[in-house]
Design a protein around this ligand. Structure first.
Ligand code: AKB
Length: 314
C-alpha cells in the first residue's frame, strides 16, 4: 500500500483529490497538508492533516521520514491571475517549492512524484486548436513560465536521478467543493455559484472565449490513473490532458437550460489577455494511448451534476 503526501491539499483540487485518494489507498495512508489555510472538515476528519510549507525543506524532510512517505502529490501553486499580480512570489512558491520536493524526493527515495503542469505552459505562439503534446512552449505569464521550468526540472530529475516524476498539463478545473483562487479559468466555477445564488453573472472573459476544461471527478481519475500507469508504457513525463472545450457563451447557454432566468453579461478584464494566449482545445491522444486516459464528462453532464450538487449546498 502506498503512503501518500499531498502538499497544498486545501486548494480547489486538493480538497477533492485527498478524499478520492483516501478511498483508494486508505484514510491513514494519505497525509493531507496545508501551508496556512485552516483545513476543511473533510480533510481534517477523514485522515491525518498537518501544516507544511514546501519552502521549508527541513520540515518537508521530517514529514517524509516520520510518515514513511513513498508518493507525493505536489499541488501547491500560485495560479495565473494572482501570478501576474505578484510574479516574484509566484516564482518563489511554484519553483522553489518544486525544487525542494524534487530534492527531498531524490534523497528519500520517493517512488513517485505527481506534479501538475498546466495549459498555461503554452503561449501565443503555440497552435491554439487541438494543441499537440510536443509544441512551442513560450508562455507570457509568470505562472506559465514556472510551469515550463517545472516541466523541465521534473524531466531533469527523472533522467539524471531516476526519480519517477509524472505531470499532466491540466486545463481549467470545474469543481463544486472549493472555489478556485486566482486563476483565469475560475469563471467557469464562479458562474455556477452566481447562477444559483443570484441568477446573474458578470463574466471577466468575452463571450466567445474558448478554453479547455475538465470536471473534478475526471481530474481525480486523471491523477490516479497517471500515478498507477505502468512506467514501461510511458514515453514521456508530461502529458496533455483535457475534458471539454467550450466558450463562456456556451456554458451560459447550458446553465440556462436548467435555470431559465439566468442572465450573463461580459466585462473582460486583464485575464482576457491571459486566456487569449492559451489553447482553445487540446490534443490529448498520447495520454489516451500510453495510459488509457478517458474522461467521462461532457458539457451537458458536467453542468447537470454541478447544478445538482451546488443547489443542495447553497
Ligand atoms: C489558471 O487559470 O490559472 C489555472 C490553470 C489553467 O492552470 N486554472
Amino acid at each position: 500500500m502506498r503512503r501518500i503526501l499531498v502538499i497544498g491539499s486545501c486548494g480547489q483540487i486538493g480538497t477533492e483529490l485527498v478524499p478520492a485518494l483516501r478511498e483508494k489507498y486508505g484514510n491513514d495512508n494519505v497525509i493531507a497538508t496545508g501551508r496556512r489555510t485552516p483545513p476543511p472538515k473533510i480533510l481534517k476528519e477523514g485522515g491525518p492533516f498537518i501544516y507544511l510549507d514546501a519552502l521549508e525543506i527541513d520540515a518537508l524532510k521530517k514529514v517524509l521520514y516520520e510518515y514513511e512517505i513513498d508518493t507525493i502529490f505536489h499541488m501547491a501553486s500560485i495560479l495565473s491571475a494572482t501570478g501576474e499580480k505578484m510574479p516574484q512570489t509566484a516564482w518563489n512558491i511554484n519553483i522553489n517549492g518544486l525544487i525542494n520536493v524534487l530534492e527531498t524526493s531524490r534523497s528519500y527515495k520517493i517512488k513517485n512524484v505527481i506534479w501538475p503542469s498546466s495549459i498555461a505552459a503554452f503561449g501565443p505562439t503555440t497552435p491554439r486548436d487541438n494543441t499537440p503534446n510536443t509544441t512551442i512552449l513560450e508562455p507570457t505569464t509568470m505562472y506559465g513560465i514556472t510551469k515550463v521550468a517545472g516541466e523541465l526540472l521534473a524531466e531533469y530529475y527523472y533522467k539524471k536521478y531516476g526519480l519517477d516524476t509524472r505531470s499532466m498539463r491540466l486545463p481549467g478545473i470545474i469543481s463544486s467543493e472549493t472555489l478556485p483562487g486566482g486563476g483565469t479559468t475560475d469563471y467557469a466555477v464562479e458562474i455556477f455559484y452566481e447562477a444559483i445564488k443570484k441568477k446573474q453573472y458578470t463574466c471577466f472573459l468575452k463571450e466567445d472565449t474558448y478554453l479547455p476544461m475538465m470536471y473534478m471527478p475526471d481530474c481525480n481519475k486523471c491523477m490516479i490513473d497517471l500515478l498507477e500507469a505502468d512506467n514501461l508504457k510511458l514515453k514521456r513525463r508530461v502529458y496533455n490532458v483535457t475534458g471539454i472545450s467550450f466558450s463562456a457563451g456556451e456554458i451560459a447557454a447550458e446553465i440556462k437550460k436548467h435555470i431559465p432566468e439566468f442572465q450573463i453579461d461580459y466585462e473582460p478584464d486583464f485575464r482576457q489577455e491571459i486566456a487569449d494566449s492559451w489553447p482553445k482545445s487540446i490534443d490529448d491522444s498520447l495520454a489516451r494511448e500510453e495510459w488509457n486516459w478517458d474522461p467521462s464528462y461532457d458539457l451537458a453532464s458536467m453542468t447537470k451534476d454541478m447544478i445538482e450538487k451546488l443547489s443542495k449546498r447553497l
